[in-house]
Design a protein around this ligand. Structure first.
Ligand code: SF4
Length: 497
């Protein structure tokens, strides 16, 4: 248990996120109680001009005897001095507080975090922004290390990814850059619900009879978007859930509507997440081909049968291989696979087996996720039932998976982090040259307005020149979505109108 006692909550979330990275899985309280491992007491004083913090630690004191950088040492030398609060620059003040807290926590626990004091989900966006401002790569690498205490390797990865992102984004036709938009379509159905799932996902078995009704509501949103934002999205991405959970007829209805309402052929990419192998049939792949889908995902997450069974995916490793080869045979030349490191009961050898199997298939892109246990996931809500499951996610395993990706000719091209990620790591997308998913970069680095249609989707409007995002969300509940679709359209109107 960790305590945070503040006389003002302006920076509570920033402080808590960094403490969570140091003390994963602990509960947080806002008072001094017996049994605390650590307590941070922070005060805004003298008309809230200064922030002063004190950290009391009852854990195992294990100071680092080496490896403190000059920048960290400079920060540590001032550990008991107050921090000047700049009300015109919240980001700067937040960074100063987190830098100070990071060096204190590192000194007390002896533990380094690969991402240093950074807790945000878009570390590559910092590098991409600086690259756009003309800073050279070496200077960005140094900035990430000095400003946020990011490790050498992570800073290098960020710079490499930012360079590739910049190059890929420059390929978007001019009118499709910041002035354009991309379309996301959410199909919230899946064959079964995975143990770690926190997305909007309903079992198709129960909902099949109402899938047409869902599509009717979705089509109303799509018609509004085509009329308001135009027929020419930069990218079209159909995700979920698992869109191929729809019947072949349902999928055909969806594809027909999408290609009639929007110029999908003119988009730089048209992706459909086939996702679960147990939802893929030859007939459905033929529908996707017929309507010009350029990129699909077939996501095993793991190639170990015992884990697939454990996480509630009712398909076999052979199903993955079979559907992958089927799609290749039908001419799909851009197939992505998603994998997760840190799945329950998986050790390094299991991940290695997965990587060997995937390498033999040869996908065009790969996204390697670190398991994130979100609040809504069964793995969290039914913690007691799953408490004996061992979750192993280490830097060595992540590095091994990354090595395999590179051996397969795949280069890292986007990166993001999630809250509650096992081991405080990151998700990295790798692709063969020419096969990167531009949509992933646009959404992760917030480079373009993304319009989301369907239950549980978010529309994010990028305000050009202001480095600001405005959002509108649709309800997650499918029943509610179908009933209230006009209200969802009104929300979009307020944002886009
Ligand atoms: S396939 Fe994805 S969306 Fe569907 S249940 Fe599993 S994690 Fe959730």
């Amino acid at each position: 248990m960790v305590g945070i006692i503040l006389n003002d909550n302006s920076y509570e979330q920033d402080i808590r996120e960094l403490l969570m990275a140091y003390f994963p899985g602990r509960s947080f309280v806002h008072e001094m109680l017996p049994g605390l491992e650590l307590c941070l007491i922070g005060e805004l004083e003298e008309n809230r001009r200064w922030f002063r913090m004190q950290v009391v630690f009852w854990g195992d004191y294990s100071p680092l005897v080496w490896g403190t950088s000059p920048a960290e040492q400079r920060e540590l030398d001032h550990f008991d001095e107050p921090i000047l609060v700049d009300y015109d620059n919240r980001t700067d003040t937040k960074n100063k507080i987190k830098r100070r807290l990071y060096v204190i926590l590192k000194a007390l626990t002896g533990k380094r975090l690969p991402w240093g004091s950074l807790t945000g989900i878009r570390p590559a966006k910092i590098a991409l922004t600086l690259l756009g401002e003309g800073m050279d790569e070496r200077a960005i690498w140094e900035h990430m290390k000095e400003m946020y205490f990011v490790s050498d390797d992570k800073a290098r990865l960020c710079v490499e990814i930012a360079r590739r992102e910049k190059e890929l984004l420059s390929r978007l036709p001019e009118k499709q850059g910041q002035d354009g938009y991309s379309l996301y379509v959410g199909i919230p159905f899946c064959p079964t619900t995975c143990l770690y799932c926190s997305f909007t996902s309903y079992p198709i078995e129960k909902w099949e009879c109402r899938a047409d009704e869902y599509l009717d509501a979705l089509f109303r949103e799509l018609d509004y978007v085509a009329g308001q934002a135009g027929r020419h999205p930069s990218c079209v991405y159909v995700g979920g859930g698992t869109p191929t959970s729809l019947s072949a007829e349902g999928l055909e209805r969806l594809m027909k509507k999408l290609t009639a309402a929007f110029d999908c052929a003119g988009a730089v990419e048209f992706t459909v997440e086939a996702g679960r192998p147990d939802s893929i049939t030859e007939e459905k792949l033929a529908v996707l081909k017929k309507y010009g889908v350029t990129r699909i995902s077939i996501n095993p997450q793991t190639m170990n049968q015992k884990t697939l069974d454990l996480i509630g995916r009712r398909h076999t490793v052979e199903d993955v291989k079979d559907r992958f080869r089927m799609a290749r045979g039908m001419g799909f030349d851009n197939i992505n696979m998603d994998l997760i490191v840190g799945l329950p009961q998986e050790e390094a050898a299991d991940v290695q087996r997965t990587m060997e199997e995937v390498k033999a298939l040869g996908p065009d892109s790969l996204t390697i996720h670190s398991l994130a246990i979100k609040r809504a996931a069964r793995l969290n809500t039914m913690r007691e039932a799953y408490k004996d499951y061992k979750i192993t996610g280490t830097q060595e395993i992540i590095d091994m998976a990354a090595r395999y990706a590179r051996e397969m000719g795949l280069e890292p091209y986007y990166l993001y982090r999630q809250k509650n990620m096992a081991g405080n790591f990151e998700n990295v997308g790798y692709a063969k040259p020419g096969k990167a998913c531009i949509y992933n970069i646009l959404i992760m680095e917030e480079q373009q307005t993304i319009i989301g249609c369907g239950a549980g989707t978010t529309t994010k409007r990028v305000i050009p020149g202001e480095n600001r995002i405005e959002r509108a969300e649709t309800v997650k509940n499918v029943e509610q979505y179908m009933e209230r679709v006009d209200e969802m359209i009104e929300r979009k109107k307020s944002l886009l109108g």
